[in-house]
Every structure is written in structure tokens, then in C-alpha cells.
Design a protein around this ligand. Sequence first.
Ligand code: SF4
Length: 483
Amino acid sequence: MSFPIDKAVSILETEVKEYEVPVVDLIAAQSKDPFKVLVATILSARTKDEVTAAACRRLFKKIETHDDLEELTIPELEKIIYPVGFFRNKAKHLAMLPGVLREKFNSQVPDDVDSLVKLPGVGRKTANLVVAVAFNKQAICVDTHVHRIMNIWGYVNTTSPLETEMVLRETLPSQYWIRINSILVAFGQGTCKPVRPHCDRCVLLDICPQINVTPRKVPGIKEAKTVSGGLKKFVSWNVNGLRAALKKGFIDSFHEFDADVIALQEIKVLPDQLPVDILNIDGYASYWYPAQKKGYSGTAIFSRSVPLQVIYGLDNHEFDNEGRVLTLEFEDYFFINIYFPNAQHGLKRLDFKIAFNNAVLHYMDRLSEKKSVVVCGDLNVAHKPIDLANPKSNEKNPGYSPEERAWMDVVTQAGYVDTFRKFNQDPDQYTWWSYRFNARAKNIGWRIDYFLVDPGSEERVKGARIHDDILGSDHCPVSLEFK
Ligand code: SF4
């Protein structure tokens, strides 16, 4: 049976009225200016709508026309539009735009796809969107949501947005061409999400064939709470690049944890570079602290409880540009997620690491004077010989140098409890393995990821585990359970 497109569009038109309006449509409705729609569309590629909207607000405060745009330098543009995705390229394209419009199109924004694609930074999707939204002319913009959802419905059977556009030109009733993109972008962001769509509350469930779809699991999903009393299970994981981990089953692992707080280290990504679904996982609030340097370090926390306060960094400029310390304050404890620096080959960065460690310990002590403290993360140190496969040969190496181990001694002597060792004294329990020499298969590893608690929280600790069966990074997750 073919998919009832008229019925679906009719239902969705009512449904998405309650949803956020896609930013480009909003700008078209507010400004009725093809130039502004064009600029907003260029900025919106691979960027969350709220980020695009904020960048447009800043930019349109400074410019009204392409003449104004020409006054801005590329560095100025970069500063204004940051952090939209690919902001450097987009700044270059915007800087070129007035000249190309003047030379090729008499300083007017053209109203056809073939002309628009000659502008810098304008691909076919952008061009179709400008034609449909700014000029209200017949065009089908095939955003990734349109391509994906049309395939889920079986209305097309295609492998690329371009192919989808071509099939829709033949099959989609013309009255839907202009508005199908806005409808399905809103619907794709709100309900039919790219990962685990919300089929359980979808208005199209009766008619959707759900082709190749894995809907979200409803049982077990809890709404974010406002108090920490119910938080029982905590996970910490150095994902060694969240985008890479996403390709290796991160989301499935995330849901399998069924944890109340999930702390990540070494995310190596800006939140805007991530699919919107990762930022809005149902039942979790998420907090992000990326490093200023691209593709490096950074931490994040997902929490089922909205904290009283989020603290970014140590209030120490020397350390805070690497996004290494992210703290959530709950009612009765601070939850601190830390990615400790690596002392590096030849212990080149040992001084920096020890200075960081001391600043962290001072911070833990300061917070623990107010309320209890739970600390997790990649500490980048194996404390005792039992915590690594080859202690002898690594005695002077980063991660097991005398100075780093001595710092761990100071931490435990100060009363902080290594929760894993509270329950488990077995050797060969590791959380990190080199990617080289088949180390993970041979279990030649290091235990460098921890959950520590201060004495105030020790009595509520029920268990602590290493999840070495979970793949997706060179580290495995570790967890802590409260009674
Ligand atoms: S039933 Fe599920 S797959 Fe189908 S449109 Fe709704 S959310 Fe998407």
C-alpha cells in the first residue's frame, strides 16, 4: 500500500504548529528580505537552530544590506558568527558574497536554483530553501530530515538528498513543495528524531511503516528531577572523541547504562558540532565544557537531575581553557567530572600536570568544606602496581611516575576513597589499553579511570565497577552505585 502523503501532511501541519519554527522560516517571516534569508540559510548549514538564530541576531544588528556586509572583515565576521558550524569557511563565504552578487546579479539575490548555486557557500539544498522561503516559488528543499523521513515512510527509496529531491519532483503534489521542508525539519527535530524517534507519541504511528526505524524505549525513561536524592547510579567514561564514539555504538551503551549521571571526558568536540539528539537525550539535562582548542580535551555531563549550580573549571585561567573540570552541585554533594592532563612522553608536561593536580585537590578540599564530594574521571595515573599490567617497566613513564603516584597517595591520605578498590582487590582490572600491540585483547592495560568519594559520601557507596566489556573508546566506562 502506498504511503498516504496527503493525510500525513495534513496531520503534520496541525502538529508542528506547536513546535519551534525553523530559524530560516522565522527570519523570512520577520524580515521578508531575500538577502537576510540567504545569509541565515548559509549560516544554518550543520548548525543548531538556536545557534544560527543567535548568530543572525548579532550579525543583523550590524548589517542591513550587502553593502554593510562588505564593510566587515573576515576576522570580524568570524567573531560575530562564532560558534556556528564551519564558522571560518562561512565567514569567508559571507565576505565574498557582496562582490559576487554585484558582479553576477546586479546586486540582487537571484530567485532560481541554478543562479543561487553560483554564490559562495550555497549548495543545492540552500538554494532550494532560499527559492522556496524567500521568494515563495516552487522548489523542494531536501534537508536531511526530509530525505530521512521520506525513506522511513517508504514514499521514496533513495540513498541521497539529491536523489530524494529528484524523485519528489516527480511524485510530490506541487502544493507541498514549498512547505514540506519546514514541516519535516520541525517534525524531525521534535518527534521523528534521527536517533530513536519518539514513535510512542507520534501522530503518524497508525500510518507509518517505520522502515529501518529503531524507536526509543519508553520504559525506564525518567524526567529530569530537581533534587539529587534519587540519583543512585553514576558512570564515567573517557570517550576519546565523542563523534568517533557515536559511530561505535555510544548511544546504545548510554541507554544500557540506565544511569542517573553520565560523565564524559575527552569529548574533543564543540556541542554545536554534534547531532541535536545527543544534546537532548530524553530524561537528561546535559552540560558541556569543551576546550578552546578544537578537537582536544573537554568534558560533559548528562544528568537526570537538574543541579542547583553548574561550575565550569577551577576559576584558574592557566587550566580552564582546556575544559577539564566540570562540576554539578546537587543538594547534598558536588559531582566533579575531571579529565586530568597526560604527563606526556619524557614527562614533558609533568610540571603542568602536578600543578593541575594540586589545584584540583585544593578545589576538592574547598568544596568538601561545604558539602560532600564525588569525583570521577580519567585521572591519567595508575596508583599502585596492581593497577597496571607492567609496573616495573613503567616506573618512570607518564601515568605511573613517582610524582603522579605520590599525588594519589596524598589524595587517599586526605581521606578520599578509591571506590573500586573498596570492593575489589583483584589484579588485571583495567580501564585503558593502548590501541597498539593488540593490548586490549591481551589485557595489557592500566586502571586510570576512577570514582573517588570523600568520607561524607563513603557510607552511601553500594558498589563500584569497571565495564571492560563496553567498547567504543580506548578507555572503558567505570561506575559507582549509591545505596
Ligand atoms: S511513527 Fe516513528 S518513524 Fe514513523 S513518523 Fe512517527 S516518529 Fe517517525
